[in-house]
Design a protein around this ligand. Structure first.
Ligand code: GLU
Length: 496
């Protein structure tokens, strides 16, 4: 059997380190078996997907050296590798399931479904579809569709019994059918849901092994059932342990930088990040800590993946990056610095900010230090302010941080607008509101234009610096966070 694996990211914003982690393992397994590794773009959720973030995924995986044998940009015999371009295939397969009686057309409105859920919740039941449209006759269905009534296609699911399936790492898993909903397969807009698309694509692309994050385990019963309905063999499943924050919660951008681009912009070496991701849930047979993807492939064995929750540890990653730095030749090291930020392209973004403000060239570097490298470390004394106490400073930074988390791309005018809005809401002078932000970003109360600086640094570095500033100011306890969240959402509703 030819081993074929895939990584299937949705292009919805930042390229996540979790995607690189899953890609690394899929690629290592496929290559270790002389098989193929495929990149598929799962962009059926059209409102969220975008070509731009698709390109960012390609670029960031390539930056890490994780190339693929087939994919939207390199082609292959099983294309298209972009789900939005496979619409007719899903429609055809959904129709096939309706015809064979394994799926049905459902006309229930959102309002009705909300009512059902509400009643189920009140009765202490698991919320799930109640089967209202299961018994509609063929003629009624045809005439309602002909009249243009909005509808979805749902899969049938056994009402009782237990679904059993195998996971290479976990052995047999059992999930009662009671916990499995009659999943929507085709949405009202004619697009498939993830569950239908993933099964159809994995089958048609002849994927032999599905290695993906453990958050998908609960979806396997639906997928297994779909394979059965279609009469197809199911690929081998292997759910990898999720990356975790130091507090063991699922790695999230609120607590840790999760974008691959953050690590690139913060100056980590790609070799180090890939090596580090290889250490998450896996170890070399001789426990060697420093290894290349090539060495990982040579030694790769699915059975060696461990199920412990791998914690993403920045200090360890820094250490690894240092090891790789030291191993570079002087020439490679200079090229690396150049490719990073000391190049015309990057300087062209900074120069417009400084030219007007400079008398001698020697003044340049001190002015731009925080744009080219880490900003200086801060202490609580730096934040002393006539009007604002520590509590207010934390509040300002936290509220802004939450707003910035929702902006994929920073645009200076929009950042200004956000800050003006908060100055209004908090009844502060804009100068005072910006005081902690200046410090967080540049390490000083006065710097080059703040919003332009944030655009140059990008969202990830900016947010990381703000989080660091909040920590310098004493951090936010769980209790305080709850209170701040409440205040924050109260402000949001006031604006409506
Ligand atoms: N599109 C899914 C994701 O974003 C893929 C899950 C899978 O590998 O089946 O994680």
């Amino acid at each position: 059997m030819t081993i074929r694996t895939r990584v299937a990211p949705s292009p919805t914003g930042d390229p996540h380190v979790g995607t690189a982690y899953i890609a690394l393992f899929n690629r290592a397994f496929a290559r270790s078996q002389g098989g193929q590794f495929i990149l598929r773009i799962e962009d059926t959720d059209l409102s969220r997907g975008s070509k731009e973030s698709e390109q960012i995924i390609f670029d960031s995986l390539r930056w890490l050296g994780l190339d693929w044998d087939e994919g939207p940009d390199v082609g292959g015999a099983y294309g298209s590798y972009r789900q939005s371009e496979r619409k007719p295939i899903y429609a055809e397969h959904a129709a096939q399931l309706v015809k064979s009686g394994n799926a049905f057309t459902c006309f229930c409105t959102r309002e009705r479904l909300d009512e059902v859920r509400k009643a189920q919740r009140a009765a202490g039941e698991t919320t799930r579809y109640d089967g209202e449209c299961l018994s509609l006759g063929e003629e009624e269905v045809a005439s309602r569709i002909a009249q243009g009534e909005a509808h979805v296609v749902r899969m049938k699911v056994p009402r009782a019994g237990t679904c059993k399936f195998k996971d290479i790492l976990r052995g047999e898993i059992e999930i009662p059918w009671q916990q499995v909903d009659m999943q929507v397969l085709m949405k009202t807009d004619g697009m498939p849901t993830y569950h239908l698309a993933v099964v159809v694509d994995d089958h048609l692309m002849e994927i032999s092994h599905v290695l993906r994050g453990e958050e998908w385990i609960n979806s396997v019963p639906k997928h297994q059932l779909l394979y059965e309905y279609f009469g197809w063999d199911m690929p081998v499943h292997c759910h990898l342990p999720l990356l975790r924050n130091p507090d063991k919660s699922k790695l999230s951008k609120r607590k840790n930088p999760t974008s691959i681009n953050y690590y690139r912009d913060a100056g980590f070496l790609p070799e180090a990040l890939v090596n580090y991701l290889g250490l998450m849930g896996w170890s070399m047979p001789d426990d060697q800590e420093i290894f290349s993807p090539q060495e990982m492939i040579a030694a790769f064995d699915l059975e060696r993946i461990s199920l412990g929750a791998p914690v993403f540890d920045m200090e360890k990653l820094r250490w690894l990056s240092g090891q790789y730095m030291r191993s570079l030749s002087v020439d490679r090291f200079m090229d690396t610095i150049h490719n990073w930020k000391i190049n015309r392209e990057h300087l062209a973004r900074i120069v417009p900010l400084i030219q007007e403000r400079t008398e001698t060239l020697a003044e340049l570097i001190p002015q731009v230090d925080y744009l080219l490298g880490d900003r200086i470390s801060l202490s609580p004394a730096d934040f002393e302010h006539k009007q604002l106490d520590q509590e207010q400073l934390v509040q300002i930074l936290q509220f802004l941080l939450w707003d910035f988390e929702n902006k994929a791309n920073f645009v200076a005018a929009e950042l200004l607008e956000t800050c003006n809005a908060w100055a209004d809401r908090l009844e502060l002078k804009i100068r005072d509101l910006l005081f902690p932000l200046f410090l967080a970003i540049s390490g000083r109360a006065v710097s080059l234009p703040l919003f332009d600086s944030m655009v140059i640094l990008g969202s990830d570095l900016t947010r990381m610096r703000m989080r660091d500033a909040i920590n310098v100011l004493g951090g936010v306890s769980k209790k305080k966070l709850k209170r701040l969240e409440k205040e924050y959402s109260a402000f949001q509703t006031d604006d409506d």
